[in-house]
Ligand binder design. Structure first.
Ligand code: SAM
Length: 362
């Protein structure tokens, strides 16, 4: 086996079997962690595979032909995912985001969506690189998907092909965005990860392209997720700089968040041509309002994007635990949650061996 695979494979094994508490009382609808943060959003990675090899996320040097992706029987089934989503819903989760890897690579994803939208009060969304949307958007909408977020880091074909490292042209993603719009999966959010010296010159062209379209362009600071992307603080373009650079050409006015705990800071164009968002996990940590839980492809629960280990809910399900037991285990994990990685980030924490984003779900 390729030596580079070993540390990542080991990290995936860093899963603890959660204890089942004695108190199996029903979920109350509000679950607070040790810092008073409720659980509201559940991100679910439905596959660790991707058809891109973005240099900042799944670099080819690690995720190459020798990389051991998860075997099929490790993945949570749609029934297992839906069961957990129901239990989280009873604890207060109102939004599920399907992600990965590339979620549209998971076969029959529409079936999962139709099961999830049957959970009362649950909003179901999806983050994708967009390439498969022309084929799938209509079926996703018919299954009940409400909205999509499409990742797009550049409009310059040379830069984009180099960033996805699979020679995928920009036009494939633009066709995906058009298909999502035609299917009624809007308002579409378009996520651009900005890495200094790689694509920061694309900030303005992206603004020019999407201003006035109704799509919401969001700029994400390059983060030290996982252990394989070679993150350095120097590569981060702070959101304040992104806003300043746009404001010089198209004046911006800050607007209120849609809801408390929204990760993106919102700005509108003063001339009425829509809005943009900035997500500043590095320069303006939002841990204090973080309401997100993450379910890995093989059913481990992570309470932080930058976690080093997870809680193995799949084993509890596969050993025949009841809903009451699972629900109590989730309650105990969330009660004990104290993560605030982005608030304490330093050169040392950045080099910790953290779980990869493709596995835990972006
Ligand atoms: N394949 C899907 C996609 O492309 O959107 C979903 C998974 S991807 C991991 C989810 C999001 O995470 C994408 O918008 C991606 O750009 C972002 N992402 C990945 N690595 C990142 C990093 N190091 N810093 C900031 N964002 C990152």
């Amino acid at each position: 086996m390729n030596q580079r695979v070993i540390p990542l494979a080991d990290e995936r094994q860093l899963r603890q079997l959660p204890a089942i508490p004695a108190d199996l009382s029903p979920a109350s609808g509000t679950l607070l962690d040790s810092r008073g943060r409720p659980v509201k959003d559940l991100r679910i990675s439905v596959t660790d595979r991707c058809n891109f090899r973005c240099v900042y996320c799944m670099p080819k040097s690690v995720f190459d032909k020798d990389y051991a992706f998860l075997p099929r029987n490790s993945l949570l089934s749609f029934e297992e995912i839906t069961r957990l989503a129901r239990l989280f819903s009873a604890h207060g989760v109102t939004k599920v985001r399907l992600t990965g890897g590339e979620p549209l690579l998971r076969r029959n994803l529409e079936q999962l969506i139709s099961q999830l939208v049957n959970i009362p009060g649950m909003e179901v969304t999806l983050t994708t690189n967009g390439v498969l949307l022309p084929r799938k958007a209509a079926a996703l909408k018919a299954a009940g998907l409400q909205r999509v977020t499409v990742s797009l880091d550049s409009l310059d074909d040379t830069i984009f092909r180099a960033m996805n490292d699979m020679d995928v042209p920009v036009t494939d993603v633009l066709k995906g965005i058009a298909a999502a719009e035609a299917a009624g999966l809007g308002p579409i959010k378009i996520n651009m990860v900005v890495k200094r010296g790689l694509n920061d010159q694309e900030i303005l062209p992206m603004v020019e392209r999407f201003r006035g379209t109704g799509h919401i362009l969001r700029f994400i600071e390059f983060m030290d997720v996982g252990s394989s992307n070679g993150w350095r603080m120097d590569d981060v373009v702070p959101s304040a700089e992104v806003v300043r650079r746009i404001h010089e050409h198209h004046p911006l006015v800050q607007i209120d968040p849609n809801y408390s705990g929204e990760v993106a800071e919102r700005w509108r164009f003063a001339d009425g041509a829509g809005e943009i968002g900035v997500i500043s996990s590095v320069t303006q940590a939002f841990c204090s309002t973080c309401t997100r839980a993450r379910l890995s492809t093989e059913g481990s629960l992570y309470t932080c994007l930058f976690a080093q280990s997870g809680h193995d809910l799949r084993s509890l399900m596969r050993e025949g635990r009841s809903d009451a037991e699972l629900s109590a285990a989730i309650r105990q994990i969330w009660h004990r949650r104290s993560d605030r990685y982005s608030e304490i980030r330093s050169a040392e924490t950045a080099s910790l061996r953290k779980i990869e984003m493709s596995y835990i779900g972006g």
